[in-house]
Design a binder for this molecule. Structure first.
Ligand SMILES: NC(=O)C1=CN([C@@H]2O[C@H](COP(=O)(O)OP(=O)(O)OC[C@H]3O[C@@H](n4cnc5c(N)ncnc54)[C@H](O)[C@@H]3O)[C@@H](O)[C@H]2O)C=CC1
Ligand SMILES: [Mg+2]
Length: 313
């Protein structure tokens, strides 16, 4: 029997679990000194962190000498322990180089929850009834920039090189993780057309499910109104076939534009004639209450007296 499979090892796992780490406390309380002294190789194996929903998170350490069978037996014992302690779920983070532990975990009922470039996360629901664990990413976010020059009343449009049918659309692309919508629009417009611009507002949001370009996930496509800061086009030959400044009235009436582009062009025409405040969702940064972070809130302009509620009932 491999050393880590010994009764001693299992006792260590369970003792560690009882002592703090796996059964209850915060990360700092995991595994007393006894765990490390008794079994250096296995001591970090199933260290758990309890979350506010009574789930356990385990991040597998480097386990070069541990084979898959031993791991499965250790995990089974730990799961039994967590179940008896009333834990509702186990989240198992497996570094890509430890992927040999995925199959043994799956044999115990774990399923993929998500994967990033160098790790996968498996989950096992231990609670009553069907799993209430939230899914992972459900949408991709694409952002386009409708760059409208109020002096010439022209708008910046491109035709995509990689499409079978070439229709006019706004330059744009996928948002990077952590990137604000307006910043994506400005960046993508610059990368695809060479035009510099500034964010003014969000004009429309399209939600489409089972999107082929989103690996079958849902797609949010957000069109922003931008103001140009330069006018000389130097378009990206890889992505665009054509790029030009087109009269807004022409884009609003041509049949050679995608439906969402036509609709946004008509919105812009309406806004440019009757006031952009009629169509703009503007952005404001506000503090998040619980996390101490900041977020952007997009909505129609709210008159100051309603923002402060001064003198209003
Ligand atoms: N209705 C409309 O007018 C249109 C809306 N969209 C929306 O725009 C967003 C995406 O914008 P894009 O300009 O497509 O993205 P993007 O500008 O971020 O990237 C497009 C480029 O990524 C590369 N690429 C994408 N998929 C690839 C793959 N599977 N293999 C290899 N290379 C690949 C290609 O070089 C491609 O030219 C989505 O939200 C989409 O729904 C895109 C086209 C038209
Ligand atoms: Mg693009």
């Amino acid at each position: 029997m491999p050393p880590l499979l010994s009764g001693g090892y299992l006792r260590v796992v369970l003792a560690c679990a009882r002592r703090a780490g796996l059964s209850a406390g915060s990360r700092g309380s995991h595994g007393g000194p006894g765990c490390v002294r008794d079994n250096p190789a296995g001591s970090g194996l199933l260290r758990g962190e309890l979350d506010r929903f009574r789930g356990i998170t385990v991040r597998l350490a480097q386990l070069d000498s541990l084979d898959a069978d031993s791991f499965q037996r250790g995990l089974q014992a730990a799961v039994q322990q967590w179940r008896s302690e009333g834990r509702i779920a186990v989240w198992l983070h497996i570094p890509i180089l430890q992927s040999r532990f995925i199959a043994p975990a799956a044999a115990l009922g774990f399923r993929f929850h998500h994967a990033e470039s160098d790790s996968s996360t498996l989950a096992l629901w231990l609670g009553e009834g069907p799993s209430r664990l939230p899914g992972y990413a459900t949408h991709q976010v694409g952002v386009a920039g409708a760059v409208f020059d109020e002096n010439t009343r022209k708008i910046l449009v491109v035709q995509d090189r990689n499409k079978l049918k070439n229709m006019w659309k706004f330059p744009g692309g996928l948002s990077e993780p952590g990137e604000d919508i307006g910043d994506t629009a400005v960046r993508e417009v610059f990368e695809e057309t060479g035009i510099e611009s500034e964010f003014r507002s969000v004009l429309s949001i399209r939600q489409q499910h089972a999107h082929p370009g989103a690996f079958g996930k849902s797609d949010m496509y957000i069109i922003c109104r931008l103001r140009p800061r330069s006018l000389t086009i130097r378009f990206c030959q890889h992505e665009c076939l054509r790029c030009e400044w087109m009269a807004l009235t022409e884009l609003a009436s041509t049949e050679n534009a995608t439906p969402v582009t036509s609709r946004a062009a008509r919105l812009l025409l309406y806004g440019s004639r009757e006031g952009f405040d009629k169509i703009d969702l503007t952005a404001e940064e506000l503090p998040a209450v619980y996390t101490g972070l900041f977020y952007k809130l997009y909505h129609r302009e709210l008159p100051d007296r309603y923002k402060t509620m001064a003198g209003l009932d």
